[in-house]
Design a protein around this ligand. Sequence first.
Ligand code: FHN
Length: 551
Amino acid sequence: MMFNSCKQAPEQKTVPEDRMQWWNDAKFGLFIHWGVYSVPAGFYQEKAVPGIGEWIMNRGKIPVVEYKKYSNQFNPVKYDPKAWVKMAKDAGMKYIVITSKHHDGFALFNSKVTDWDVVDATPYGKDLLKPLAEACREEGIKLGFYYSQAQDWNHPGGAASGGHWDKAQDGSMDEYIDKIAVPQVKEILSNYGDIAILWWDTPTDMNPERAGKFLPVIAGYPNLITNNRLGGGIAGDTETPEQFIPSTGFPGRNWEVCMTMNDTWGFKKDDNNWKSTKDLILKLSDIVSKGGNFLLNVGPTSEGEIPQPSIGRLAQVGQWMKVNSEAVYGTKASPFPYLPWGKATLKGQKLFLHVIAWPTDGILKLPLMNKVTKAWLLASPDVAVNIKQDAARVEFSVPAQAPDSLLSIIAVEFEGEPAVLPVPTRGKTPVVSSVDTSAAVANLFDGNPKTSWKPVAGENKAWIEVDLGEEVMIENFSVAEPWHPWHDHGQEFVLQCKSNGKWIDVVSGKTNGCGHSQDFSPVKGQYFRLMITGSKGEVPVLNEWILNRAL
Ligand code: FHN
């Protein structure tokens, strides 16, 4: 072997085998949206500003000089980072992601490149991230920083969705990135110990050149996990569906649903639309059953208090997790395409059945073909769960009453690799009304929710037909769609089945543009057709179409 002994080898950084491992095992994290917007808390000049609280400056078109005055009232004297970390830990969360800087450009840390930060611009005058980083380290909770790299409504040159509304915002975006954003990313990654996640947000006006300026910085942190929101075509490590649970998950990609507990990320004093604890637990269950993570948000006040409804719900989720976390941490997506009564997760030779609709006849059926050796309730491991099985399914005899009013879990031990029937539509070749050259029909059944089919321009009412090859009893259909809830792209559909040569309607309704799953009374058939109508005058778009068999 030839080598030059005089030259120093470049310093080698050790990259762990799988740097996503801890994150994939963690499943549940706390998102914190905190900043100056918690002062107006949804109200400008005594009028409620509609929309999410942290967007008040943009939505209310508040001039820079006026918005900056709010920082005089940002005085979080009740901030107790240890209590926040303990709250997250007790809820069963394994990591925290906090807004180091949101779109208003205000830094929660002591930044050397601006005065628009908590140390220089507020009466509080202390770095908020330092003690949080310490508390996380003490409690073994991983810490991530959210950073708004493109939108910045207070530093000249920063981008603003919808455009600038104040001359003071004008300037060169490239200069803004060079002088504010890149240096601040260096600061947050180097001044707070090990940072596990860098959570980019809204790539407004980003391009490959601008995004590329951040890459050498993050390259210095090989363990750092980044999301897909940097822009410039950078994929990052994670997909980030926001405010919805994708119907199919993202097989082959790491993904994390971020969601609010009410309707805002940043604190708004009049938002009381809280999701129930049960709803939050069912969402966690749905997400993990599809292989994703759940990043659940709190929006503290300007005094540094997390709203009591959030604290209360997290404590209840924590109670549930104490009994059931085995069905969450370190699990993989369910091997079952569909279960009429709930969800499932998988860990080695164990399945966890998340039973949402507890069987009224005391018999729970599972379409598993492996030999099952043992089953028990996580809530009462001593209660016997008898097992009966044939080649196609297992039947568990369970108590008449669900042991947990929120969500009961049955653990099941089995032999071999999970053997289940595949999705009846997978790999089939659908016939469609038409196909746009950019969106192939095979994308509908390829199991990849990031590729789509659409008909040719102008065809607002389209259809897809599939021959399942044999008669199958179907009781659910799901679609994946490409939008987020705020795009408001609901599509109308009618699902039909062919019977004696005639198309019969099975079910109809409207999606919300981010995927849809619908149960119906079982229908036996070989040919199914989905009629779909696009929204807002545009052609329909579908990423996946799945028919699920009845048990
Ligand atoms: O504009 C932001 C919003 O304020 C919030 O931070 C969310 C969290 O994912 N991200 C952006 C919208 O996608």
